[in-house]
Design a protein around this ligand. Structure first.
Ligand SMILES: C[C@H](NC(=O)[C@@H](N)CCCCN)C(=O)O
Length: 466
């Protein structure tokens, strides 16, 4: 058979190269997200960042996305200007935000550099360095979430009808590797040249990421010109209109998926921030030991996600995986919450962490490639942005809820620790809240299976069309 309809996406080398270019930027972006996460102790001594200052800077990543609804605009921009231009825009936003954050924590700024007097003149309980870092991180947050939806739409563009879930799984695995790497690299760099070196290297890597997006730009342009020339006059590309978004907001199934996403991810990403403290408390470990034990979590997810993606491409069963992943998250958090002290050994904790890693592979591997089955391609960018926006609200509020529940369920403990007593928090209530998120996600996963069966979205069908 003569192949007359070949485009760049039909070449495995071209489409996997496109994936690597997109995933490389996300690798650096996920590194930057957590570049300060392992440095809380140094930040407290060198920049006077108390734990709540540290938490506020961490949460600032979501501020503009949630309160200014930047993510919603980002989706509309993506659907209007296309993947390659949106990729460049998001890459630039990440670099600008990271540079501002770098400036905020730099010795130059904190020794009275440009803007220091102004930022030090109000709300003096919150350090000037943290204010500038928050501003920078909020701009970076717009960039990284915009990059996330752009990469998802980009992968669909190259892999629809082919190895879509495998490609998405690999992209996520590379991002998880970024998280693992930065937990190892950042403390080492900070030891060699201070916190500025860690954040400086992170910012430099983002510039390389922008370069990678720039190379991708040309692949995407070539693919579009090929697709356009194949398109016939009777089959024009559908234009995106803002009014098309109504179809997303009124789709019950889409809203169920968005609900499942926010509940599941709220039981995972915020838990990452409390996991070390919980393991220290339950197993009487040091921070380093607890951190090392917990590092099996992203690694487990990294290894498994691409395999599950491959499975979905060839065999389907995405809705079942969403159900199984939600069930596992409940089991794990209940193990952390209610296993009696005498039974909560290192092996039990490790087993629960591995199970959680499996859960964190099942749900992301199944969820993101399912979205194109629910909405039209012309609103796909907006669909991803709405899911991310709803998810960001959860990711911003859950750490506050968990921190508050930890405090009220342990009356007087904070004061006794400040007074120098060697006592630990009891994490039962926060872990039960995380488990409750899992229960709600499980209910939605069950409902999604019912809806899929009734309406035939094909969530259980393989992606690869033979
Ligand atoms: C693909 C997915 N990414 C997201 O859900 C992002 N909106 C959140 C990134 C948050 C990082 N603190 C994923 O990583 O599974």
């Amino acid at each position: 058979m003569e192949k007359i309809h070949n485009t760049l996406r039909d070449s495995p080398v071209a489409r996997w190269t496109a994936l690597i270019l997109l995933a490389l930027t996300m690798f650096f972006a996920y590194m930057f997200i957590d570049v300060l996460a392992p440095l809380s102790t140094q930040l407290e001594t060198s920049l006077k960042w108390s734990p709540d200052t540290f938490g506020a800077v961490a949460g600032s990543e979501y501020f503009l996305n949630v309160f200014v609804a930047f993510l919603i605009f980002a989706g509309i921009i993506l659907d209007r200007i296309g993947v390659r231009r949106s990729a460049i825009l998001s890459g630039i936003l990440m670099v600008i935000g990271a540079s501002i954050k770098l400036y905020g924590i730099s010795d130059h700024f904190n020794a009275g550099g440009f803007g220091y007097d102004f930022f030090n003149s109000f709300w003096t309980g919150f350090p000037a360095s943290a204010k500038v870092a928050c501003m920078g991180f909020a701009i970076f947050g717009c960039g990284v979430e915009m990059a996330g939806i752009t990469v998802s739409k980009g992968i669909v563009k190259w892999f629809a009808g082919k190895e879509l879930a495998l490609a998405m799984g690999l992209e996520m695995a590379i991002a998880r590797l970024g998280v693992f790497s930065v937990f190892r690299l950042s403390p080492y760099l900070a030891e060699q040249g201070g916190i500025t070196l860690s954040v400086g290297v992170g910012t430099l890597l983002l510039l390389i990421g922008l370069l990678s997006f720039s190379v991708y730009f040309f692949f995407d342009k070539k693919l579009d010109s090929q697709t356009d020339s194949l398109r016939t006059a009777s089959d024009p590309e559908e234009e995106f209109k803002v009014s098309d978004l109504k179809a997303i907001f009124t789709s019950k199934t889409f809203m169920v998926v968005a609900g499942l996403c926010v509940l599941f991810y709220s039981a995972i990403f915020p838990f990452q921030k409390f996991a070390t403290g919980m393991l220290e408390s339950r197993l009487g470990m040091t921070t380093v030991e607890a951190g090392n034990l917990f590092s099996y979590f992203p690694i487990g997810a990294m290894i498994l996600t691409p395999f599950l993606g491959w499975f979905i491409d060839h065999k389907g069963k995405a809705a079942t995986m969403l159900f199984a992943g939600s069930l596992l998250v409940i089991i794990c958090h209940l193990i952390f919450a209610i296993t009696p002290v005498e039974n909560f050994t290192f092996a039990v904790a490790l087993g629960a962490i591995i199970l959680l890693g499996i859960s964190f592979s099942l749900v992301p591997a199944a969820l993101w490639p399912s979205v194109p089955k629910l909405v039209d391609n012309k609103v796909l960018g907006s669909a991803y942005s709405i899911i991310f926006w709803i998810q960001n609200i959860g990711l911003m509020l859950t750490p506050i809820l968990i921190g508050w529940s930890l405090k009220v369920s342990n009356p007087g403990v904070a004061e006794r620790i400040l007074a120098g007593e060697d006592i630990k928090y009891n994490y039962t209530v926060p872990m039960l809240i995380f488990a409750a998120f899992g229960v709600a996600a499980l209910a939605l996963a069950f409902y999604l299976k019912v809806l899929d069966k009734k309406k035939g979205y094909g969530l259980e069908s393989p992606n690869i069309r033979k």
